[in-house]
Design a protein around this ligand. Sequence first.
Ligand SMILES: CC(=O)SCCNC(=O)CCNC(=O)[C@H](O)C(C)(C)COP(=O)(O)OP(=O)(O)OC[C@H]1O[C@@H](n2cnc3c(N)ncnc32)[C@H](O)[C@@H]1OP(=O)(O)O
Ligand SMILES: CC(C)C(=O)C(=O)O
Length: 418
Amino acid sequence: MTAAPHDERWIASPWNHGPEAPALDHEIKIHDVTLRDGEQQTGVAFSASDKIRIAEALAEAGVHRIEAGLPAVSSEDEKAVRTIANMGLPATIFAFSRCMIEDVKRAIDCGVAGVVMEIPSSRHLIEAGYRWSVEKAVELSIEATRFAHENGLLVSFFPIDATRAESEDYLSLVEAVAKDGHIDSLGLVDTFGVLAPHAVERFVRASRERLDVPLETHFHMDYGLGVANTLTAAAAGATVLQTTVSGLGERAGNTPMEETVVALKTLYGKDIGIKTEALTPLARLVAKLSGVEQPSNRPVTGKRLFQIESGIVSSWWRNVRESAPAEVFPYLPSLVGQEEPRLVLGKGSGLDNVKDALERLGMQATDEEISEILTAVKKRALELRGLLDDDEFRGIVRQVQQQKALSGPLTEQAVAAP
Ligand SMILES: CC(=O)SCCNC(=O)CCNC(=O)[C@H](O)C(C)(C)COP(=O)(O)OP(=O)(O)OC[C@H]1O[C@@H](n2cnc3c(N)ncnc32)[C@H](O)[C@@H]1OP(=O)(O)O
Ligand SMILES: CC(C)C(=O)C(=O)O
C-alpha cells in the first residue's frame, strides 16, 4: 500500500490508499504523440517550426520521449523530424513508421533513436481496410522491424486496432513478429477507444504473458476513458504512457498528458518527473499553434478552473485562502502553472463576491447597497449570459449609490411632509 500522497497543494482522498492501491513502483515514462497523432486531429496542420517549438517545450517540461512525426507525410515533416532529432533535446526522439523499408530508411536518415512501427492487427481491418492477408501483415512487420533493429533503431511495435482484434489473432501476430523480426517494446493500441476499464488489466496481462517486453499504452478518448484506462494499465505494469497535450488527436483525441500526469502525482502518489507547473503554458502553446481552443473547464489547464463564481464557494474561499487554500480545490493552481484563484461576478455570485470586488477595486458600500449591487449583478449576468467585468461592476456600484443618494433626501422629505 502506498502512503497517502500529501502536499500543501492538494488533499488526498483516503479512499485512494486502501489495501488495493497499486504499488506503482516501476519506472513510468511519457511518450508524447502530439506531433503525430495530435496532428491527425482533423484540421490541425503544424509547420516544421511549430513542431520544433512544441518539441522544445515538451522536453523542457520533462517529457521523456517525443514522437516527432512520420517523415513520409511531407518534406516539412521530414525536416521537423530531422531537426528535432538533432537538437540535443533531453528526450528520446522517435519517428513514426509504417512497416516498410522506405519509411525506416527515412527515419534512419533523420537521425532518430527509435521508430514506432505500425501495422494493422485485427483481421477485419487487415482484410477489409487494407485488402491484405494476415500473413502479409506479419511478413511486412517481420521484414521492417528486423531492418530497423539491424540499423540500430529502438523498435516500438504498434499493432493498430489491437483491442478489437480477436485476442489470438493479435497475440499470435505480435509473437510471430517478435520471433522472426524484432520488438523492443509493444504498443497496447486502442485505436478506436473501445476498451472498457474492467478489461484493461486482462489486456495488459495477456500481452505480457505472450511477450516479455515493456508495454506502452496508446488509448483514445472516444468514450472519454483514455485517462482511466491509461492509469489502470500503468497500475497493471505498463511502463510507457503515450499521450498528447490537451488530448489532441484523431477523432475525439488521445489520452491527455495533463490529467494523466497530475492524477499519477496526486491520486497515486507517483511523481514521474514531469514539471507539472509547465502543463498550462504547454497547453496554451499547443492551442495557439494548432488553432484548437480548449474549453474553459478543461481539466488541469482550462482557463476558468480557478475562477470562482458561486457564492457559496466564494465564501469558503474567503475563509480558507490564508490558512488552508487547498481545502476548496482538488489541487492548487500553482501545481499546474495556472493563475492564482480569484472570485468573479456572475448570476451565481453571492455577497462575498461583491465584497471581494469592492475591496479589490478600492470601493466602499454599505450592507444595504451591497445587497442591491448583488441583485443588479445577477440581473446583468443573465442579460450578458456570462460574467461581468470590472467596468460593468463599477457602473452598477455607481448606479446603486447614485439612486441611494437621490432617494435619501426624497425619503426625508416624505418623512417631513405630514
Ligand atoms: C492507420 C494509420 O496509419 S493512421 C495514420 C494516419 N496518418 C496519416 O495518414 C498521415 C498522413 N498521411 C499521408 O500523408 C499519406 O497518407 C501518406 C504519405 C502516409 C501515404 O500516402 P499515399 O501515397 O496515399 O500512400 P498509400 O496510403 O496509398 O500507401 C502506400 C503504400 O503503403 C502501404 N501501407 C500502408 N500502411 C502500411 C503499413 N502500416 N505497413 C506497411 N505498408 C503500409 C499501402 O498498402 C500502400 O502499398 P502499395 O503501394 O503496395 O499499395
Ligand atoms: C491510426 C494509428 C496510427 C493510431 O494512431 C492508432 O491506432 O491509434
